[in-house]
Design a protein around this ligand. Structure first.
Ligand SMILES: [Fe+2]
Length: 211
């Protein structure tokens, strides 16, 4: 069996989607097109902080676990140096966003800095992830043994926060993808999504409003 890339595909979609939405909401606040009270700003700051930590962890796991697996299985087929450089270039941006997020709710300039950095992050991530999926997904499917891939996925999941990631997986998976995940994970996924769903939707409404 070839590796199943569905989990990575959805994780990438979440990273891109929430970067773009956070850039949109902080951009609207910075321009004065939307207003936010302290509770909303605090929620935006917390969400952005977890989002950046998740992206950093995903890239770290790629560097530390996935890249060696690819080099072992298909070393001659790919050059990972551009993708590694992208990870290095993204880290300071994630740190800037996290530092500005820690200044919320009290600092209007922090919102402006977040808006600018998040817009750059969203653009760079679009480019990076498109390149990564175009270059690596076919190679992984062709050369990486399924059990190696499962080990990679376990490592990637380890550093994540289930309470943050799971409801977003439910949000970003297409209906047929969610059905496939439910088949793989069993009833526990359905139960977890049902438990976490209402809180997640309330936080999303608070952070993003109608965006
Ligand atoms: Fe990457």
């Amino acid at each position: 069996m070839a590796p199943n890339l569905l989990g990575f595909r959805i994780a990438h979609r979440m990273m891109r989607g929430d970067s773009r939405r956070l850039a949109a909401v902080t951009g609207a606040l910075a321009r004065g097109g939307q207003r936010a009270d302290a509770a909303r700003l605090r929620a935006i700051g917390e969400f952005a902080t977890k989002h950046c930590a998740g992206i950093h962890h995903h890239h770290q796991a790629e560097d530390d676990v996935l890249w060696p697996v690819i080099v072992r299985s298909a070393g001659a087929e790919v050059d990972l140096s551009d993708l590694t450089d992208d990870h290095k270039a993204l880290d300071p941006l994630l740190e800037e966003i996290t530092a500005a997020a820690a200044e919320l709710p009290g600092s209007p300039s922090a919102v402006r800095r977040m808006a600018a950095s998040l817009a750059t992050l969203a653009d760079l991530l679009d480019e990076h992830i498109e390149e990564e999926e175009r270059l690596l997904f076919p190679v992984i499917e062709k050369y990486v043994p399924e059990e190696e891939w499962e080990r990679v996925e376990t490592e990637v999941r380890k550093g994540g926060q289930a309470s943050f990631d799971l409801p977003r997986i439910g949000q970003y998976a297409l209906p047929e993808e969610l059905a496939a995940l439910r088949r793989m994970a069993g009833p526990v996924l359905t139960v977890m999504l049902a438990l976490m769903g209402p809180g997640h939707r309330r936080r999303q409404k608070l952070i993003f409003g109608d965006l």
